[in-house]
Design a protein around this ligand. Sequence first.
Ligand SMILES: Nc1ncnc2c1ncn2[C@@H]1O[C@H](COP(=O)(O)OP(=O)(O)OP(=O)(O)O)[C@@H](O)[C@H]1O
Ligand SMILES: [Mg+2]
Length: 268
Amino acid sequence: MRHPEAYDDPKATALAEIKGQVTFKDVTFGYDKSKPVLHEVDLDVAPGEMIGLVGKSGVGKTTTVNLIARFYDVDRGAIEIDGVDVRNLRLEDLRSQIGIVLQEPFLFSGTIAENIGYGNPGATFEEIMQAAQAANAHNFIVAKADGYDTSVGERGNNLSGGEKQRVSIARALLHDPKILILDEATSSVDVETEKEIQEAVVRLIKNRTTFAIAHRLSTLRNANRLVVLDAGRIVEVGTHSELMDKKGAFYDLVALQQQTSEIIGIRE
Ligand SMILES: Nc1ncnc2c1ncn2[C@@H]1O[C@H](COP(=O)(O)OP(=O)(O)OP(=O)(O)O)[C@@H](O)[C@H]1O
Ligand SMILES: [Mg+2]
């Protein structure tokens, strides 16, 4: 087994100008090798393309995106960026190209400005503010008594879920990666906040290869293709309308979500 940090290679410079093609080649992976969670996943994503990953809870959506940033390595097959196996890239270089907006945004107990600037130590206050504006976060930030100096508290506890998401979008905008991973929160936010987050997401995905795990159908409308996972396998790939016409796995998921929304009274 090769230790990525120790692998030094002039490819680092080449990677600084990646196009953002991401290819899964026959990828099989399990947290326990004897129990695969993903099976023979094949997927070729073009630079700038947005993929919506959908499927029921536990089918392997988060696992799929975690493999791109090498939080884990595949057991079989390979993941390539611009045709280069990610295992042949320096971990630092790979991750500098990937922006991640997580299901549970990672915030640390510093100020809002520090949290946005995390990962970009050289960023000026002006740049941080511009990112916050594009993320529709600026207004709620300046409405707080300490503005950008507001402490977010332990794990971001002083901020609401929708605020945390926008801080994390601002961080990703500032980071400006070629490849973007959005693992969307399931927690429902009010309609106005939802709209602000959606606008921010549209700005964020522009010119980036995006993998969006979306629980809300409104996010999926921006996707070029949807990939439906079931029990760790890709069962359908297509545009929203193709998959709706097909009346298969995706159609069933949508029907299920509509039923659930009616029962618990949320609107899509
Ligand atoms: N760190 C881990 N260690 C062991 N098993 C894990 C780990 N993370 C996830 N799993 C298991 O792998 C499978 C796929 O999980 P994954 O998190 O990829 O699902 P998901 O599709 O993202 O679900 P959700 O919609 O609930 O977020 C599940 O059976 C889960 O229990
Ligand atoms: Mg998940």
